[in-house]
Write a protein that binds this ligand. Structure first.
Ligand code: ME8
Length: 515
């Protein structure tokens, strides 16, 4: 048994009604960076992603294509799985809601809510958005040009059918109390405020089954009803832990989740419905729900009709995976909307990676190769400047931990890049190429200090750019067992005497092909 602290992190599970888009890639990359960070920091991480395969949207898309929903789910779920591999996502499991284990878990949670007296049969009459798979109150909708739209701008249709209801109205005060007592339950603050005001405005009971189509999980003991897709979808997080079937099972220790990472459009489901279902079922609540923003192009929503769609597969082809991972984690403030297009990526990666860490590593390490026969020099007595730079490098971990704890991945990266800039200034001011003639021992110290800071930067870049950081760590000959966060700071200092080879470029400059 591992004595590491369990850490459970999830993405939303995507609708496989089409191929994955940049928003899906963004969420998976960001969550992967968080999962990798926690692993390197010594946690026992369980990282889950997957596909949300039931519901009316899937059924309608399949019908339009003239295939069965099973076939649509099978095909596109494969695309999401393949995207995860392409993105180098380190998820420990990939859940599909059509799996047997998930049917069982969803029925188990339903029975618990029913046993608690929170489920009753009635009929629903109201507005439904198939695109959002969401029910909306009439005052949340608006008519434009004869079409009625929900609050996310998707069309709604009138639905009337026999349905089971969940007594959500009984959970308003309990939810508000939970938000009050657990101020970190919802992040960022804008979303927390939005959720609190939604709950304060009064909750109505929620229709939790459908009878006008059958692509879903059957309601226990009433096979004419399938569960509302969000009841089943949210349950995925607990299905994968096996907690409902065996609280002593191998993965049960991961529940409750440490954080659900989702997009801002689905905060209501995660911060209102999900905790209410769990309270009703007598199950522990996730510790935090964090909603990121949307990926836009020049401030505009991407759409085929605008011709401004940035395809994740294309940009990875153009820039390579790690440049795309870096861009998305660094440039977009996690929790806010942000932009992505080729020009922005080129500018950012050239500034921070090619001219920044890439150039610094290459200049300092090639000087060791050329002027010290490749042998990492023994540092002499450290000056105030050396000590200050090392001290700054040694505090990166504390800063990154604090930022990552709040899902501020962009700030964690900014803190690392700030040390790159500081090291650039140090290197320029110390001018080891001048010391080569005047004071070779001092040159050795400067090169040692620089290479040591490069080593620490590379360790902290691993969650964001696993492959390139591994190459950087190879350049400074960091042993395989000294690449996690215990190797940061004084404890893992670069060993004088080890022999380096001529550095190969890790972060080449991106040059756009001639039009
Ligand atoms: O909502 N930018 O699935 P989904 C950033 N199945 N993120 C985006 C985005 C964009 N342009 N577009 C979508 C669902 N997302 C449900 C989730 S979880 C129990 C069920 C995000 O395929 C979106 O916010 O529509 C969500 O977190 C994820 O991509 C999957 O969206």
């Amino acid at each position: 048994m591992s004595n590491k602290t369990p850490y459970y992190i999830t993405t939303a599970i995507s609708y496989p009604n089409g191929k994955p888009h940049i928003g899906h890639a963004y969420e998976l990359i960001a969550t992967d960076a968080m999962a990798r960070f926690q692993r390197l920091d010594g946690k026992d991480v369980f990282f889950l992603t997957g596909t949300d395969e039931h519901g009316q949207k899937m059924q309608q898309t399949a019908r339009a294509e003239g295939i069965k929903p099973e076939a649509l789910a099978e095909r596109n779920s494969g695309e999401f799985l393949a995207m995860g591999k392409l993105l180098n996502a380190s998820n420990d499991d990939f859940i599909r809601t059509t799996e047997q284990r998930h049917h069982e878990a969803s029925q188990a949670i339903w029975k618990r809510m029913e046993a608690n007296g929170d489920i009753y049969k009635d009929s629903y009459a109201g507005w439904y958005s198939v695109r959002d798979e969401a029910y909306y109150a009439e005052d949340e909708t608006q008519v434009r040009d004869g079409v009625r739209y929900g609050p996310q701008g998707t069309p709604v249709e009138w639905v009337e059918e026999s349905s089971y209801f969940f007594k959500l109205s009984a959970y308003g005060d309990k939810l508000l109390k939970h938000y009050e007592e657990n101020p970190d339950f919802i992040g960022p603050n804008e979303r927390r405020n939005e959720v609190i005001s939604f709950v304060k405005s009064g909750l109505r009971d929620l229709s939790v089954s459908r009878t006008t189509f059958d692509w879903g999980i059957k309601v226990p003991d009433d096979p004419d009803h399938v569960m509302y897709v969000w009841v089943d979808a949210l349950t995925n997080y607990i299905t994968a832990t096996g907690y409902l079937s065996d609280q002593n099972g191998p993965r049960a220790k991961y529940w409750p989740a440490d954080v659900h990472i989702i997009g801002k459009d689905i905060i209501r489901f995660h911060a209102v419905y999900w905790p209410a279902f769990l309270m009703s079922a007598g199950l522990p609540l996730p510790k935090r729900v964090f909603a990121h923003g949307f990926v836009l192009n020049n401030g505009e929503k991407m759409s085929k009709s605008l011709g401004n769609v940035v395809d994740p597969f294309d940009i990875i082809e153009t820039f390579g995976l790690d440049y795309v991972r870096y861009y998305l984690c660094r440039e977009i403030s996690f929790g806010q909307d942000g932009n992505c297009n080729e020009q922005l990526i080129a500018t950012r990666v050239n500034a921070d990676l090619a001219n920044g860490i890439g150039n610094l590593a290459s200049r300092s390490l090639s000087m060791i190769v050329k002027n010290c026969d490749g042998v990492v020099p023994q540092p002499g007595e450290l000056t105030e400047e050396d000590k200050a730079l090392l001290a700054q490098a040694d505090t990166m971990l504390a800063t990154c931990r604090e930022e990552m704890d709040r899902q501020a991945i962009h700030k964690a990266l900014a803190a690392v890049i700030a040390v790159v800039s500081e090291t650039d200034r140090y290197f320029a001011a110390q001018a080891p190429w001048v010391l080569k003639k005047t004071d070779p021992a001092r040159m050795g110290t400067v090169l040692y200090v620089t290479a040591e800071v490069v080593r620490q930067i590379a360790i902290l870049l691993q969650p964001f750019m696993p492959q390139s950081s591994a190459k950087l760590l190879d350049l400074v000959k960091a042993p395989a067992d000294a690449r996690d966060f215990t190797a940061l700071g004084e404890a893992g200092r670069l060993k004088p005497g080890i022999v380096l080879e001529a550095p190969t470029p890790v972060f080449p400059r991106y040059v756009a092909p001639e039009a």
